[in-house]
Design a protein around this ligand. Structure first.
Ligand code: CO
Length: 136
């Protein structure tokens, strides 16, 4: 625990078909409002971030048919898509994953939404969960 690279849960991402319906569900059922909305062209998604304490629920919907999230929904249906952890340094955390011999999706950190720096770790060597490392 003393040298944990993961400082907080940044967000849990949920893939949905209808972003407006999902936003309305969280607002009407739990009273949670949208904190931030953004279309991330490079990933082919639109996201709505709902703040829960110091973390977010990230509702994700595809904006193009060739988006990885579109393929995900087609194959597996709606549901949890990835878990994002906050890290002090995305580059350092990613280097650690690679040094340990685990598979990554992003070889180098790249820009994420909200001006963050992110990298994705492959679910194959992460016990079936797509992991995102987020540096604010
Ligand atoms: Co994410």
């Amino acid at each position: 625990m003393t040298d944990s690279v993961l400082t907080e849960i940044d967000h849990v991402a949920i893939a949905v078909r209808d972003l407006e319906a999902a936003v309305a569900y969280y607002r009407d059922t739990y009273g949670v409002d949208v904190d931030h909305r953004e279309v991330v062209e490079s990933d082919g998604v639109e996201e709505a971030l709902l703040k829960v304490a110091d973390s977010y629920v990230q509702l994700l919907t595809p904006v193009r048919d060739d988006s990885p999230v579109a393929k995900y929904i087609e194959k597996r249906g709606e549901g949890i898509h990835h878990v994002a952890y906050r890290v002090k340094s995305c580059a350092d955390a990613l280097a650690r994953v690679k040094a340990a011999g685990h598979k990554v999706i992003d070889e180098e950190p790249r820009p994420g939404s909200r001006g963050t720096t992110v990298a994705f770790v492959h679910p194959k060597t992460a016990f079936g969960t797509l992991i995102e490392l987020v540096e604010e």
